[in-house]
Design a protein around this ligand. Structure first.
Ligand code: PHE
Length: 344
């Protein structure tokens, strides 16, 4: 039995060192080896089964030897397995070496659409002035878009702002002024907010019209708010938006929901007011409508006009984008042609 065990050990060692394959074949060979020499049906196990036939003196000696043989085969096997894993890893690292000197691939960088860029610029200026940015629904009740803003059914202002109706009293909003009403219903003064977003009108598409465009609404309501506050705010905004030397001009106008109302122009940022192609020789560019919130509008939102007053303004983002970048056709802003968009 002693010879048998020693021969078995020698055979195992020889066979183990003969395994030279790599990858999957190597793991399979190692696994086969394990089954053959260390498994439940291995020769070692069958030799050990013959132990019962030995004399009581021989039995512990052979038992010890069998254990030694088993341990040494096991140790050798584990070493071989570890070694195989190490070699495998090294091969993998060599195969996956990255050449950092290769020229990189330049990713195609996106950028904000000019409408988004200008909207963000406007938002940042008003955030700096302590305004809050609020969102409002594009699908709106007639009440918020018209009636609450002093434009009851049959009012002629409804004709100039015809829109898409979902049903008799639900429509796509024609102006962000609807958000004024939501803001005043939800929050009591002081209110300082702007609300940018899409608006819709039943207009045919041409170089200066689109059935969908963007506005930014502004609303301030507090005790003692005056036209002076409106002027000061718009002046600060215009200087930030169009340059330090920008001047503003108020022209009397009419909006049903503000009183008094005005249209507001900024001095042309291209020519400084001398008159050029961009301002069509005027020296001024109209950018928004504004006014003091009508007392009836305040009252309808449960705000006492004897105690509070406010101003509101609304500007079209496309108009500002087109003037700023000297774009003469609004349609270019919606076609999303990369050759056009990558210029900004
Ligand atoms: N909503 C008006 C428009 O679309 C603009 C406006 C807003 C005027 C707020 C006054 C106050 O023409």
């Amino acid at each position: 039995m002693k010879e048998k065990l020693q021969a078995l050990r020698a055979q195992a060692m020889e066979e183990l060192s003969a395994i030279t394959s790599s990858g999957d074949q190597l793991s399979k060979n190692l696994e086969d080896f394990k089954v053959k020499y260390l498994g439940k049906k291995s020769e070692l196990v069958s030799v050990m089964k013959g132990m019962g036939a030995l004399s009581p003196e021989e039995r512990p000696i052979m038992g010890q030897l069998a254990n030694e043989v088993r341990t040494s085969i096991e140790t050798a096997f584990n070493e071989a397995k570890e070694n195989a894993a190490k070699v495998e890893l090294e091969n993998k690292l060599i195969a996956e070496t990255i050449d950092v000197t290769l020229p990189g691939k330049q990713p195609l960088m996106g950028r904000p659409h000019p409408i988004s860029a200008v909207q963000t610029e406007i938002e940042n200026i008003f955030i700096g002035l302590g305004f809050e940015i609020v969102d409002g629904p594009e699908v709106e009740y007639d009440y918020y878009n018209f009636t609450a803003l002093n434009i009851p059914p049959e009012h002629p202002a409804r004709d100039t702002q015809d829109t898409f109706y979902i049903n008799a009293n639900t429509l796509l909003r024609t102006q962000t002024s609807s958000v004024q009403i939501h803001a005043m219903e939800k929050k009591k003064p002081p209110i300082r907010m702007i609300s940018p977003g899409r608006v819709y009108r039943s207009d045919a598409i041409d170089a200066t019209h689109s059935p969908m465009f963007h506005q930014v609404e502004g609303l301030v309501v507090d005790k003692g708010i005056t036209m002076g506050d409106l002027k000061g705010t718009l002046e600060l905004f215009s200087r930030n938006m169009f340059g330090e030397d920008t001047k503003i001009r108020f022209r009397p106008h009419h909006f049903p929901f503000t009183e008094p109302s005005a249209e507001v122009d900024v001095s042309c940022f291209a020519c400084g007011g001398k008159g050029c192609r961009i301002c069509k020789g005027e020296g001024w560019i109209e950018i928004l409508g504004a006014g003091m919130v009508h007392p009836d509008v305040l009252r309808r939102c449960d705000i006492d006009p004897e105690e509070y007053s406010g101003f509101a303004f609304g500007m079209g983002i496309e108009r500002i984008v087109m003037k700023k970048y000297n774009i003469d056709d609004m349609r270019l802003l919606y076609e999303n042609d990369i050759r056009f968009l990558s210029q900004f």
